[in-house]
Design a protein around this ligand. Structure first.
Ligand code: ADP
Ligand code: MG
Length: 690
C-alpha cells in the first residue's frame, strides 16, 4: 500500500435555508508518505474544511476519504479511536489544550487513550518535552503558559505517539514571528518521518517550509495535486487496546469543579434514599409492630363466636343478619385442634358491655365493660399492669381499667365503680326481674394498645358467672319445677333467646392458643355461618387497613422523591456535559471513544448517587429512631418503622446492597438518558478557530 491519504471527489455542503451551498467540491488527492504539504488560500476559501475532512473531524457530504486504505466513514469504535490517538494528530491555531491540567497530563493523553502503560507514558512524554524545549514544564498548569509555550506543548502532544500524519490548521496564526518560526521548524523536522499537512494563509511562511503547496480557491483545488517524491512504507502497528483510564482524572476534577451542583445532587440523594429507607421500614415494620401491640391488651386472648343467619328480604337489596349463639358442640368442633381454650357463655345480657357509672358516688360518664377470664393476671397479662395491684381473687369485688380510662378519670385508682343493673327475664311465659348493683373497686391500671382504644373496665368472667349462679329466679323456677339461675337458664336456652343471642366467648389461656385464634380471624377462614370476632383484632385490622392506605401514599411520595432526584442528577450532569462539550471535542480528537466520554459523566452521576445512598444508609438509623419516637408519641405504637439492615428474606445485607445498587442504577439512567439527546458531539464546529 503506497497511499496514506486519498480523497476521492470529496465535497462539503451546508444547508442555508432550503438551499445547499457547497463550500468545497470535487477535490481529488492522493498523498503517499513523507513530506510537508502546505494548504494555502484566502480566508473562507475552504482550507480548514478540507483539512477537517481529511482528518476525520468532519464527514464529507459527497465523496470518500481513505486513510491507509480504510474508508474514514466506516471507521468506528476502537479503529476510529486508534486513528485519532495513534495514527494521526491535530495541531490547532488556539492550541485546544486542557487548560486546568498540567503539561505532563496534557501530553500523556494520546498515549493514555491508546492504552499505553503509565510508566512508558512518562518516558515518552519526557523525551517529547525535551525535544520542544519544555524540560521541567511537566507540572506546570497549561493556563500559566504563554502562547508560544502552549503551542509547543500542543506539538509535543501531537508527536508523542509518533503518528503517521500530523494535521495543523493555522498553527502559527496566534503567534509572533519568532514563535511562528520555531513551530514551523518543528513541523519541518517532523515531516522528515511522516506526512505533515499545514493550513495557512501566510504564503511566505508556507513557501519557506513546504515541499509542496496546494492552493484552494473558492472551494476548489486551484493547483494540480502535489506529487511527493519520498515514499514511506505504511505500517499500521498493532497498538495496545484503547482504554478509558484517562477518565479517572477528569472524574475527580469534575467532581471538585462542580462541587456546588454535586453537593445539591448529593443532598437530594440523601433525602431521597432516607425517604426510601423510611418508607420500606414502615412497610416492613408496621404490620409487625401492630401485631405486637395488639397482643399487648387484656382483650387479646378473648374472641366471640356467633352464628350468622342471613335472610334476603324479598324484592329488596337488603338482607337481614341475625346473630345467635352456636351450640357448644359445633363450637368445640370448629375450634378443635387449638388447645388451652375455654368456651364460655356470653353474659352480656346480664352485664351490659357499655354503662353509665358513678365513681365514688359521683356521676362519672360511661365506659366499656369487658370480661377477662382471669382478673388475677396469673395466666395472662401481668406485665401489662402499670399501676395499682393485681386483684387476688376472681370475683366481682375488684376490677382493672385500661390506660385510656385512667387518663379520662384522673386518680381513679382505689375508687369504687358503681351502677345499677336491671334485667327483665321472660321464659316459658314466666317473668322474673333481676335488680342488683354492680359495685367494684378499681385495683389497677393496665397498659393497652392505646391507638383507637376506648375507656374500658375489665372484670372477671368467672366472678360474674359465680355471682349469677347465686341469683334465684323464683317464677321461672316455679314454672319449670326446679331451681333455675341465670347461668343454668342461659345454658338451656335456645341460641336465639335474647339472653343467649350474644354468642359464646372463647378464652385462650396460653399465648400459643391466642395466636391461633388470632390467625383464624386474620385468615377469615372460619366456616360459614359461624363468625369469630374480637375487639383487639378489630382495632388492629382497622389500623392495618389505615396504614396500608398510608403506605400506598408513602410509596407514591418516595417515587416522586426518587424521580425528583433523578431529575436533579440528570440536569446537573447534563449541564456539566454541555459546559464541557468543547473539552469533549478535544478529547475525541485525541482518540477518546464517545462511549468513554459519556461514561465519564455517567460515572460522576453514579458516584454522587452511590455516596448519597451510603450516607443515607449510615444516617437512617438515626432518622428511623427519630421518626419512631414521633409516631410513638402520636399513635402509642413503638417501633412502627423497622429496616432490616442485617438480613432480609434470609439473605444477609440484601436491602443494604439493594439500596446501593438502586443508587447506581438511578445515577446511571438519570445521566445516560439525557446524554442520549447529544448523539454526536460536532467536533469541527466546537474546535473551529474563527
Ligand atoms: P478557511 O479555513 O479557508 O478560512 P473554512 O473552510 O473555514 O475557510 O470555511 C469555508 C466556508 O465554509 C466559509 O465561507 C465558511 O463560512 C463556511 N462554513 C464553514 N463552516 C460552516 C458551517 N458550519 N455552516 C455553514 N457554513 C460554514
Ligand atoms: Mg480556516
Amino acid at each position: 500500500m503506497r497511499t496514506l491519504i486519498k480523497a476521492s471527489n470529496i465535497g462539503k455542503s451546508y444547508k442555508q435555508g432550503k438551499e445547499k451551498t457547497f463550500v468545497l467540491r470535487h477535490v481529488n488527492l492522493s498523498l503517499p508518505g513523507i513530506g510537508f504539504v502546505g494548504i494555502q488560500g484566502k480566508s473562507g476559501s475552504g482550507k480548514s474544511t478540507l483539512l477537517n475532512l481529511l482528518a476525520g473531524l468532519e464527514t464529507p457530504s459527497e465523496g470518500r476519504v481513505y486513510f491507509a486504505g480504510d474508508d474514514l466513514g466506516e471507521m468506528k469504535g476502537k479503529r476510529r479511536s486508534r486513528f485519532h490517538s495513534s495514527d494521526t494528530s491535530f495541531v490547532f491555531q488556539h492550541y485546544n489544550l486542557i487548560e486546568d491540567q498540567d503539561v505532563l497530563f496534557n501530553v500523556s493523553l494520546p498515549l493514555l487513550m491508546a492504552g499505553e502503560k503509565t510508566r512508558k507514558t512518562k518516558e515518552k512524554v519526557r523525551k517529547s518535552l525535551i525535544k520542544f524545549g519544555l524540560d521541567g514544564f511537566e507540572s506546570r498548569l497549561v493556563s500559566t503558559l504563554s502562547g508560544g509555550e502552549k503551542q509547543r506543548v500542543a506539538l509535543a502532544r501531537a508527536l508523542v505517539n509518533d503518528p503517521l500524519c500530523v494535521f495543523a490548521d493555522e498553527p502559527t496564526g496566534a503567534l509572533d514571528e519568532g514563535n511562528a518560526k520555531t513551530v514551523m521548524e518543528a513541523l519541518k523536522e517532523a515531516s522528515k518521518e511522516r506526512l505533515v499537512l499545514v493550513v495557512s494563509h501566510n504564503v511566505k511562511l508556507l513557501e519557506e517550509y513546504a515541499d509542496q503547496i496546494i492552493e484552494i480557491s473558492d472551494g476548489k483545488m486551484a493547483s494540480p495535486p502535489p506529487k511527493l517524491k519520498t515514499v514511506r512504507p505504511i505500517e499500521i502497528q498493532p497498538r495496545p487496546r484503547g482504554s478509558g483510564s484517562w477518565r479517572h482524572r477528569f472524574l475527580l476534577r469534575n467532581l471538585g469543579k462542580d462541587w456546588g451542583k454535586n453537593l445539591m445532587a448529593f443532598s437530594s440523594g440523601v433525602i431521597g434514599f432516607v425517604c426510601l429507607i423510611l418508607c420500606f421500614g414502615f412497610f416492613h415494620g408496621s404490620p409487625l409492630a401492630l401485631k405486637e401491640e395488639s397482643e399487648r391488651t387484656l382483650g387479646y386472648p378473648m374472641a366471640r363466636l356467633s352464628q350468622r343467619t342471613v335472610t334476603e328480604v324479598p324484592n329488596s337489596p337488603l338482607s337481614l343478619i341475625q346473630e345467635e349463639r352456636p351450640s357448644r358442640e359445633s363450637a368445640a368442633s370448629l375450634l378443635d385442634g387449638i388447645p388451652y381454650l375455654s368456651i364460655e357463655n356470653d353474659y352480656s345480657f346480664f352485664l351490659p358491655p357499655a354503662s353509665l357509672f358513678h365513681l365514688d358516688g359521683e356521676e362519672a360518664g360511661s365506659s366499656s365493660f369487658s370480661p377477662v377470664y382471669d382478673i388475677t393476671l396469673e395466666e395472662w397479662g401481668s406485665s401489662l399492669l402499670i399501676e395499682g395491684r393485681k386483684p387476688k381473687k376472681n370475683d366481682l369485688q375488684n376490677v382493672l381499667v385500661n390506660e385510656s380510662f385512667a387518663k379520662e378519670h384522673q386518680d381513679c385508682l382505689g375508687k369504687t365503680i358503681e351502677f345499677p343493673v336491671h334485667v327483665d327475664l321472660i321464659s316459658d311465659g314466666a317473668e322474673d326481674e333481676i335488680d342488683w348493683d354492680f359495685k367494684a373497686r378499681i385495683a389497677g391500671v393496665v397498659e393497652e394498645f392505646s391507638f383507637l382504644s376506648v375507656p374500658t373496665v375489665y372484670y372477671s368472667h368467672q366472678g360474674l358467672e359465680a355471682f349469677l349462679k347465686e341469683i334465684n329466679l323464683p317464677r321461672i323456677s316455679m314454672k319449670r319445677g326446679r331451681n333455675i339461675n341465670p347461668v343454668s337458664l342461659c345454658e338451656e336456652a335456645p341460641g336465639d333467646a335474647c339472653y343467649a343471642s350474644y354468642g359464646l366467648l372463647i378464652f385462650a389461656h396460653k399465648e400459643e392458643a391466642a395466636r391461633q385464634l388470632y390467625s383464624l380471624m386474620e385468615q377469615g377462614n372460619i366456616q360459614e355461618p359461624f363468625a369469630l370476632d374480637s375487639s383487639a383484632f378489630r382495632i388492629a385490622s382497622s389500623f392495618q387497613s389505615l396504614s396500608s392506605a398510608f403506605r400506598l401514599a408513602l410509596a407514591l411520595f418516595v417515587f416522586i422523591a426518587l424521580a425528583g432526584l433523578a431529575l436533579i442528577l440528570g440536569m446537573a450532569s447534563y449541564s456539566s456535559f454541555v459546559s464541557r462539550i468543547k473539552e469533549g471535542a478535544i478529547l475525541l480528537v485525541l482518540g477518546a471513544k464517545e462511549s468513554h466520554l459519556r461514561a465519564l459523566f455517567c460515572e460522576e452521576g453514579m458516584l454522587v448517587n452511590f455516596l448519597a445512598s451510603g450516607f443515607a444508609l449510615a444516617a437512617s438509623p438515626f432518622a428511623i429512631s427519630a421518626v419512631n419516637r414521633l409516631l410513638a408519641a402520636q399513635f402509642g405504637i413503638s417501633s412502627l418503622i423497622r429496616f432490616p439492615f442485617a438480613s432480609y428474606l434470609g439473605i444477609p445485607y440484601l436491602l443494604v446492597l439493594g439500596v446501593l445498587l438502586a443508587a447506581l442504577l438511578i445515577g446511571y439512567s438519570a445521566v445516560a438518558i439525557p446524554l442520549l439527546i447529544h448523539r454526536r458531539i460536532p467536533i469541527a464546529k466546537e474546535l473551529r478557530d474563527e
